[in-house]
Design a protein around this ligand. Structure first.
Ligand SMILES: C[S@@+](CC[C@H](N)C(=O)[O-])C[C@H]1O[C@@H](n2cnc3c(N)ncnc32)[C@H](O)[C@@H]1O
Length: 387
């Protein structure tokens, strides 16, 4: 067995972690996935089901196993898959395909995590997200799809399972208990209580005096309670022009940089890109709310996928230093390289980042130039021009 083969009670699944990187020794599943899979098998939880929801499956271990188990029953069972991440969605699709399951089959549906699903679920299986506000938001909206007969079962590594996550499940779904720990993971069992009436603060909003806007934020958006201090630095030096520019807000979050750029560049066309569905939905609501008569493009994609080479005048970016739950410099580097490809000659990439990340050196290596535009004790704004 190697690091891409997961032994399950029903056979071996081949699972790759995404994005695929040579030499990456991290696996595409953890002990919480294994615990969930073994529990589903031992309790025969996939028999006599009509509709199953899989929430926050990172790379497709749970979805692939569920499809494997359901393939043995003759009944068409709907499997709804809800994830915020475009990269997770790609991983789930690819891993389903590698294991012989057709993700375009009408029984597998990827559903919007900002909406209320239109189904009743017999079984909800989830990995506990790190962002508990997001968990509460999704669980609160799922209530209309559940009944006392629904089994709601989560899995988490013990180190990411604080007590308040359990009280949050108690308050949004109903009585909640955990299994004993096995390989540092636990299962979380919740019983649906129809009498609960939990509040949901999401989508929430805050106003930003600097650029005189109100910003809507869905629950899994970066900086959803207040403006990031790095972003604040870039907003203060945002370039402005009356030209017909194409401007990309790369890794847009709630779209604050793109909205500010649209204010200062009245003839520009904006493109907003993020791999988080909730980020793209928030950016879209914010742009449309402030510029009802201007069109823009919204890409739920990995970095600049879908943006034409040599087509862009200005890329604005506050790069992430996480990919999924793992700290990684790769994604920032990928964004810089793809920006170079998408910019027109003479086009500019403006980034803001923590000083210690050394973006200046990286941009100089790639673009052959990098100019410090502004700095604070912690952050730098750097501009690089495509020659
Ligand atoms: C530091 S936040 C910046 C958000 C926003 N621009 C701001 O300044 O508030 C980084 C953003 O990168 C997004 N992200 C992470 N990996 C990505 C990828 N591979 N492609 C596109 N966006 C990604 C995250 O979802 C997050 O919204």
């Amino acid at each position: 067995m190697n690091e891409i083969e997961l032994q399950t009670p029903l056979g071996v699944l081949t699972l790759k972690r995404f994005p695929v990187r040579s030499g990456d020794r991290l696996r595409a599943w953890d002990a919480a996935d294994e615990l969930l899979i073994n529990h589903l098998d031992e309790q025969q939880l996939l028999t006599h089901k009509d509709c199953v929801l899989v929430f926050d499956d990172q790379f497709g271990a749970l979805t692939s196993y569920i499809c494997l188990a359901l393939a043995k029953s003759n009944k068409p069972v709907v499997v709804d898959v809800m994830t915020d991440s475009f990269i997770s969605q790609q991983a789930i699709i690819e891993n389903l395909t590698v294991n012989g399951f057709d993700s375009t089959n009408s029984h597998i549906r990827f559903i919007d995590n900002t909406a209320i699903p239109d189904k009743h679920y017999d079984l909800v299986v989830y990995k506990l997200p790190r962002n508990h506000g997001y968990l509460a938001d999704v669980m609160q909206r799922l209530r209309t799809c559940l009944s006392e007969k629904t089994a709601v079962i989560g899995g988490a590594m013990v180190k990411y399972l604080p007590k308040n996550a359990l009280s949050l499940m108690e308050n949004t779904i109903g009585s909640t208990k955990t299994s004993l720990a096995a390989k540092k993971a636990r299962l979380i069992f919740s019983s649906f209580d129809p009498t609960l009436q939990p509040d949901n603060p999401y989508p929430s909003s805050y106003s930003l005096e600097e650029i005189d806007v109100e910003l809507v934020n869905h629950s899994n958006v970066f900086s959803r309670e207040s403006l990031d201090i790095g972003t604040r630095l870039l907003l203060a030096v945002m370039p402005e022009s009356d030209d017909d520019l194409i401007i990309v807000d790369l890794a847009c979050g709630n779209g604050v940089m793109g909205v500010s750029a649209a204010q200062l560049n009245p003839n520009a066309d904006l493109i907003f890109c993020d791999e988080s569905n909730m980020a793209v939905a928030s950016a879209q609501e914010n742009f449309k709310g402030h510029f009802p008569d201007r069109s823009a493009t919204f890409n739920h994609a990995d970095c600049l996928a879908g943006v034409d080479p040599n087509s862009v005048d200005l890329v604005l970016c506050n790069p992430p230093f996480h990919q999924q739950n793992t700290v990684s410099e790769h994604v920032g580097w990928q964004m810089f390289k793809e920006s170079l490809g998408c910019l027109k000659p003479g086009g500019e990439l403006w980034i803001v980042g923590n000083r210690h990340l050394g973006y200046h050196v990286k941009l100089k290596k790639l673009f052959g130039n990098a100019t410090l535009v502004d700095s604070s004790s912690k952050f730098v704004v750097i501009k690089a021009v495509k020659r």
